[in-house]
Design a binder for this molecule. Structure first.
Ligand code: HEC
Length: 102
C-alpha cells in the first residue's frame, strides 16, 4: 500500500514510541488520527468485531503482517490496551451497513 503520511502522523508515532506507547489506558484518539471513517489513510475500525481487530494487531506484532506504522503501534501496546481498544472500536456505531467488514 503506497500512502503518503502527513508529517504530523510521523510526529505522533515518534511521540508514542518515546513515551513507551499509550501506557495502561490506550487512547483511541491515537488510532483515529489515521483510522478515520473515510478510510482514506487507514481502514475504518468502527463497528468491526473486536476478535478481528485483536487478530490483526497480533499479526502486525508478530510480523506476519507487515506495515511500518502498525508494527510500531502493535509492539507498543499491552494485551490489555489491545483488548480495550478493540472493544472500543467494536462498540462504535457505523453510519451504514457494516461495509468495512470483509
Ligand atoms: C500512522 C497511521 C496509523 C495509526 C496512528 C494507527 N494505524 Fe492502524 N493501520 C494503519 C494503516 C495504514 C493500516 C493498513 C495497513 C495494511 O493493510 O497494510 C492499519 C491497519 C490496522 C488494522 C487492521 C485493519 C484491517 O482492516 O485489516 C488494525 C486492527 C489497526 N490498524 C489498529 C490500530 C490501532 C488499535 C491503532 C491505535 C493504537 C492504530 N491502528 C493506529 C495506520 C495507522
Amino acid at each position: 500500500m503506497n500512502l503518503i503520511y502527513p508529517r504530523s502522523f510521523a510526529i505522533l508515532i515518534v511521540a508514542a514510541v518515546l513515551t513507551g506507547g499509550p501506557a495502561s489506558s490506550a487512547e483511541p484518539g491515537l488510532c483515529t488520527s489515521c483510522h478515520r471513517a473515510d478510510g482514506r489513510i487507514a481502514p475504518d475500525l468502527a463497528g468491526r468485531p473486536s476478535t478481528e481487530l485483536v487478530a490483526a494487531i497480533a499479526a502486525f506484532r508478530s510480523g506476519r503482517r507487515s506495515h511500518p506504522h502498525m508494527e510500531t503501534f502493535a509492539k507498543s501496546l499491552s494485551d490489555d490496551d489491545i483488548a480495550g481498544l478493540a472493544a472500543h472500536f467494536q462498540a462504535l456505531r457505523t453510519t451504514g451497513p457494516a461495509s468495512a467488514n470483509r
